[in-house]
Design a binder for this molecule. Structure first.
Ligand code: BTN
Length: 271
Protein backbone atom coordinates (compact mmCIF):
# COMPACT_ATOMS: atom_id res chain seq x y z
CA UNK A 1 0.00 0.00 0.00
CA UNK A 2 1.28 3.48 -0.84
CA UNK A 3 2.51 5.18 2.29
CA UNK A 4 3.11 8.82 1.51
CA UNK A 5 0.84 11.75 2.14
CA UNK A 6 0.38 14.76 -0.13
CA UNK A 7 2.51 17.69 1.05
CA UNK A 8 0.95 19.80 3.76
CA UNK A 9 -0.71 22.95 2.52
CA UNK A 10 -1.61 25.83 4.84
CA UNK A 11 -4.69 26.83 2.81
CA UNK A 12 -6.01 23.28 2.84
CA UNK A 13 -5.80 23.19 6.66
CA UNK A 14 -7.32 26.69 6.94
CA UNK A 15 -10.24 25.69 4.74
CA UNK A 16 -11.21 23.05 7.32
CA UNK A 17 -11.26 25.52 10.22
CA UNK A 18 -13.93 27.96 11.34
CA UNK A 19 -13.47 31.53 10.12
CA UNK A 20 -13.55 32.91 13.67
CA UNK A 21 -10.80 31.06 15.47
CA UNK A 22 -7.88 31.86 17.66
CA UNK A 23 -5.73 28.73 17.29
CA UNK A 24 -4.75 28.51 13.62
CA UNK A 25 -5.56 32.15 12.90
CA UNK A 26 -2.33 32.16 10.85
CA UNK A 27 -0.76 28.96 9.54
CA UNK A 28 2.75 28.54 8.15
CA UNK A 29 4.06 25.37 6.54
CA UNK A 30 7.83 24.99 6.16
CA UNK A 31 9.44 22.20 4.17
CA UNK A 32 12.33 21.94 6.61
CA UNK A 33 13.48 23.74 9.72
CA UNK A 34 15.52 23.06 12.84
CA UNK A 35 12.65 23.03 15.34
CA UNK A 36 9.16 24.48 14.85
CA UNK A 37 9.31 25.55 18.51
CA UNK A 38 12.19 27.88 17.61
CA UNK A 39 10.33 29.32 14.63
CA UNK A 40 7.20 29.94 16.74
CA UNK A 41 9.39 31.50 19.41
CA UNK A 42 10.84 33.89 16.83
CA UNK A 43 7.26 34.82 15.87
CA UNK A 44 6.65 35.46 19.57
CA UNK A 45 9.63 37.83 19.73
CA UNK A 46 8.42 39.52 16.52
CA UNK A 47 5.09 40.35 18.18
CA UNK A 48 2.92 38.06 16.02
CA UNK A 49 -0.60 37.58 17.40
CA UNK A 50 -1.50 34.57 19.54
CA UNK A 51 -2.79 31.55 17.68
CA UNK A 52 -0.19 31.39 14.88
CA UNK A 53 0.81 27.82 14.06
CA UNK A 54 4.03 26.67 12.40
CA UNK A 55 4.19 23.25 10.73
CA UNK A 56 7.30 21.67 9.23
CA UNK A 57 7.46 18.61 7.02
CA UNK A 58 10.82 17.80 8.52
CA UNK A 59 12.79 19.05 11.53
CA UNK A 60 16.56 18.70 11.58
CA UNK A 61 16.78 19.48 15.31
CA UNK A 62 13.38 18.48 16.69
CA UNK A 63 13.52 18.24 20.45
CA UNK A 64 11.50 16.52 23.13
CA UNK A 65 11.07 16.97 26.85
CA UNK A 66 14.03 16.73 29.19
CA UNK A 67 16.53 17.56 26.44
CA UNK A 68 15.72 14.52 24.31
CA UNK A 69 15.98 14.42 20.53
CA UNK A 70 12.69 14.09 18.63
CA UNK A 71 12.71 12.26 15.28
CA UNK A 72 10.52 13.94 12.67
CA UNK A 73 10.16 11.47 9.82
CA UNK A 74 9.66 13.52 6.68
CA UNK A 75 6.03 13.88 5.49
CA UNK A 76 4.79 11.08 7.76
CA UNK A 77 3.72 13.01 10.83
CA UNK A 78 2.57 16.41 11.99
CA UNK A 79 5.33 18.46 13.58
CA UNK A 80 3.98 21.83 14.65
CA UNK A 81 4.07 24.57 17.27
CA UNK A 82 1.44 26.99 18.54
CA UNK A 83 2.25 30.53 19.62
CA UNK A 84 0.15 31.55 22.64
CA UNK A 85 -0.11 34.67 24.75
CA UNK A 86 -2.11 33.62 27.80
CA UNK A 87 -3.62 36.53 29.70
CA UNK A 88 -4.00 34.62 32.98
CA UNK A 89 -1.37 34.62 35.73
CA UNK A 90 2.06 33.35 34.77
CA UNK A 91 1.93 30.94 37.69
CA UNK A 92 -0.88 29.14 35.86
CA UNK A 93 0.81 28.79 32.47
CA UNK A 94 1.65 25.18 33.30
CA UNK A 95 -2.06 24.58 32.59
CA UNK A 96 -1.17 24.66 28.90
CA UNK A 97 0.26 21.17 29.23
CA UNK A 98 -2.99 19.66 30.45
CA UNK A 99 -5.03 21.66 27.94
CA UNK A 100 -2.89 20.47 25.03
CA UNK A 101 -3.12 16.84 26.12
CA UNK A 102 -6.92 16.89 26.39
CA UNK A 103 -7.46 18.85 23.17
CA UNK A 104 -5.19 16.54 21.20
CA UNK A 105 -6.81 13.43 22.66
CA UNK A 106 -10.22 14.73 21.57
CA UNK A 107 -8.91 15.51 18.09
CA UNK A 108 -7.44 12.05 17.71
CA UNK A 109 -10.72 10.42 18.64
CA UNK A 110 -12.45 12.60 16.07
CA UNK A 111 -10.27 11.30 13.23
CA UNK A 112 -10.10 7.71 14.53
CA UNK A 113 -13.66 6.97 15.65
CA UNK A 114 -13.80 4.16 18.18
CA UNK A 115 -10.26 4.67 19.44
CA UNK A 116 -9.58 5.75 22.98
CA UNK A 117 -6.78 8.29 23.41
CA UNK A 118 -5.18 8.20 26.85
CA UNK A 119 -2.97 10.78 28.50
CA UNK A 120 0.28 9.69 30.07
CA UNK A 121 0.94 12.52 32.48
CA UNK A 122 1.95 15.13 31.85
CA UNK A 123 1.22 15.27 28.14
CA UNK A 124 2.03 12.24 26.04
CA UNK A 125 -0.90 10.69 24.20
CA UNK A 126 -1.11 6.93 23.98
CA UNK A 127 -3.10 4.71 21.64
CA UNK A 128 -3.29 0.96 22.33
CA UNK A 129 -0.65 1.29 25.05
CA UNK A 130 1.91 3.03 22.81
CA UNK A 131 2.94 6.66 22.43
CA UNK A 132 1.53 8.45 19.38
CA UNK A 133 1.99 12.10 20.39
CA UNK A 134 4.48 14.13 22.42
CA UNK A 135 4.10 17.72 23.56
CA UNK A 136 6.83 20.18 24.50
CA UNK A 137 5.69 23.44 26.12
CA UNK A 138 8.17 26.28 26.48
CA UNK A 139 7.66 29.86 27.61
CA UNK A 140 9.38 33.19 27.66
CA UNK A 141 8.39 35.48 30.50
CA UNK A 142 8.44 39.26 30.55
CA UNK A 143 6.20 42.13 29.47
CA UNK A 144 5.72 40.62 25.99
CA UNK A 145 6.01 37.06 27.20
CA UNK A 146 4.59 34.17 25.25
CA UNK A 147 4.30 30.41 25.32
CA UNK A 148 5.05 27.91 22.60
CA UNK A 149 3.34 24.51 22.62
CA UNK A 150 5.11 22.10 20.28
CA UNK A 151 3.26 18.99 19.21
CA UNK A 152 4.62 15.93 17.43
CA UNK A 153 2.06 13.47 16.07
CA UNK A 154 2.96 10.14 14.49
CA UNK A 155 0.33 10.00 11.74
CA UNK A 156 1.24 7.70 8.86
CA UNK A 157 4.27 5.92 10.27
CA UNK A 158 4.67 2.22 9.70
CA UNK A 159 6.83 -0.05 11.86
CA UNK A 160 9.85 0.59 9.61
CA UNK A 161 9.67 4.31 10.34
CA UNK A 162 10.46 3.92 14.04
CA UNK A 163 14.00 3.52 15.32
CA UNK A 164 14.74 0.15 16.88
CA UNK A 165 14.70 1.47 20.45
CA UNK A 166 11.18 2.91 20.05
CA UNK A 167 9.60 -0.04 18.24
CA UNK A 168 7.90 -1.50 21.29
CA UNK A 169 6.76 1.88 22.64
CA UNK A 170 5.65 3.97 19.66
CA UNK A 171 2.68 3.84 17.34
CA UNK A 172 0.95 6.01 14.74
CA UNK A 173 -2.64 6.94 14.04
CA UNK A 174 -2.63 4.89 10.85
CA UNK A 175 -1.27 1.83 12.62
CA UNK A 176 -3.96 2.19 15.28
CA UNK A 177 -6.64 2.36 12.58
CA UNK A 178 -5.75 -1.19 11.60
CA UNK A 179 -4.36 -3.06 8.59
CA UNK A 180 -7.42 -2.50 6.40
CA UNK A 181 -7.23 1.28 6.58
CA UNK A 182 -5.47 3.73 4.25
CA UNK A 183 -3.06 6.49 5.34
CA UNK A 184 -4.77 9.45 6.94
CA UNK A 185 -5.10 12.82 5.26
CA UNK A 186 -2.79 14.94 7.43
CA UNK A 187 -4.82 18.08 6.66
CA UNK A 188 -7.87 16.47 8.22
CA UNK A 189 -5.86 15.39 11.27
CA UNK A 190 -4.22 18.81 11.66
CA UNK A 191 -7.56 20.59 11.40
CA UNK A 192 -9.23 18.28 13.93
CA UNK A 193 -6.45 18.91 16.46
CA UNK A 194 -6.48 22.68 15.96
CA UNK A 195 -10.29 22.82 16.14
CA UNK A 196 -10.39 20.88 19.40
CA UNK A 197 -7.60 22.96 20.93
CA UNK A 198 -9.38 26.13 19.86
CA UNK A 199 -12.72 24.99 21.29
CA UNK A 200 -11.07 24.14 24.63
CA UNK A 201 -8.97 27.29 24.87
CA UNK A 202 -11.48 29.47 26.79
CA UNK A 203 -11.78 26.80 29.52
CA UNK A 204 -8.08 27.23 30.30
CA UNK A 205 -8.95 30.45 32.01
CA UNK A 206 -12.55 30.07 33.13
CA UNK A 207 -13.11 26.33 33.71
CA UNK A 208 -9.76 24.65 34.11
CA UNK A 209 -11.32 22.17 36.57
CA UNK A 210 -13.21 20.58 33.65
CA UNK A 211 -9.95 20.11 31.72
CA UNK A 212 -8.28 18.50 34.73
CA UNK A 213 -11.30 16.22 35.22
CA UNK A 214 -11.08 15.05 31.61
CA UNK A 215 -7.29 14.58 31.81
CA UNK A 216 -7.86 12.43 34.89
CA UNK A 217 -10.57 10.34 33.23
CA UNK A 218 -8.26 9.80 30.24
CA UNK A 219 -5.23 9.06 32.37
CA UNK A 220 -3.07 6.06 31.56
CA UNK A 221 -1.50 6.24 35.02
CA UNK A 222 -4.33 6.49 37.55
CA UNK A 223 -4.47 3.58 39.96
CA UNK A 224 -1.19 2.12 38.63
CA UNK A 225 2.16 1.74 40.29
CA UNK A 226 4.55 4.15 38.71
CA UNK A 227 8.20 5.09 38.99
CA UNK A 228 8.83 8.78 39.56
CA UNK A 229 12.17 9.94 38.20
CA UNK A 230 12.54 13.12 40.22
CA UNK A 231 15.37 15.63 40.19
CA UNK A 232 16.81 14.26 43.42
CA UNK A 233 15.53 10.70 43.70
CA UNK A 234 13.72 7.91 41.92
CA UNK A 235 10.93 6.14 43.78
CA UNK A 236 7.87 3.97 43.25
CA UNK A 237 4.38 5.09 44.21
CA UNK A 238 0.72 4.73 43.32
CA UNK A 239 -0.65 7.32 40.89
CA UNK A 240 -3.65 8.61 42.80
CA UNK A 241 -5.15 11.74 41.20
CA UNK A 242 -4.51 14.98 39.39
CA UNK A 243 -4.40 18.08 41.56
CA UNK A 244 -6.46 21.16 40.59
CA UNK A 245 -3.39 22.71 38.93
CA UNK A 246 -2.78 19.59 36.79
CA UNK A 247 0.13 18.21 38.81
CA UNK A 248 0.15 14.54 39.76
CA UNK A 249 -0.59 13.27 43.28
CA UNK A 250 1.05 9.99 44.19
CA UNK A 251 0.91 7.82 47.30
CA UNK A 252 4.20 6.39 48.49
CA UNK A 253 4.51 2.97 50.11
CA UNK A 254 4.74 4.54 53.61
CA UNK A 255 1.34 6.20 53.04
CA UNK A 256 2.76 9.67 52.45
CA UNK A 257 1.33 11.60 49.49
CA UNK A 258 3.53 13.69 47.24
CA UNK A 259 2.82 16.08 44.39
CA UNK A 260 4.82 15.65 41.21
CA UNK A 261 4.89 18.71 38.98
CA UNK A 262 7.75 18.00 36.60
CA UNK A 263 10.24 15.41 35.46
CA UNK A 264 9.41 11.99 34.17
CA UNK A 265 7.22 9.12 35.33
CA UNK A 266 6.98 5.62 33.96
CA UNK A 267 4.65 2.74 34.63
CA UNK A 268 6.44 0.22 36.81
CA UNK A 269 7.05 -3.00 34.91
CA UNK A 270 6.69 -1.36 31.49
CA UNK A 271 9.84 -1.06 29.42
C1 BTN B 1 8.24 14.72 23.98
O1 BTN B 1 7.51 13.74 23.87
O2 BTN B 1 9.28 14.67 24.64
C2 BTN B 1 7.84 16.00 23.33
C3 BTN B 1 8.04 15.96 21.84
C4 BTN B 1 7.64 17.24 21.14
C5 BTN B 1 7.97 17.21 19.67
C6 BTN B 1 7.42 18.38 18.93
S1 BTN B 1 7.54 18.21 17.19
C7 BTN B 1 7.10 19.87 16.97
C8 BTN B 1 7.79 20.67 18.06
N1 BTN B 1 9.13 21.04 17.66
C9 BTN B 1 10.07 20.45 18.40
O3 BTN B 1 11.30 20.60 18.28
N2 BTN B 1 9.49 19.68 19.33
C10 BTN B 1 8.05 19.73 19.25
Amino acid sequence: MKNSSPPLNANAISALLAAARRIGREILVLEETGSTNDVASQLGRDGVAEGAVVFAEHQTAGRGRLGRKWESVSHKGLWFSLLLRPTFALADWSRLTTWAAVGIARGMEEVLPGCHALVKWPNDIYLDGKKAVGVLSESVVGPNGYAVVGIGVNVNHTREDFPEELLSRATSLWETGGPDTTPLDRHVVAAALLRQLDALYPALDCNFASIVAEAQSRSLLMGRRITVHGPRETYEALAEALEPDGSLRVRCDDGETRTVSGGEVSISGWE
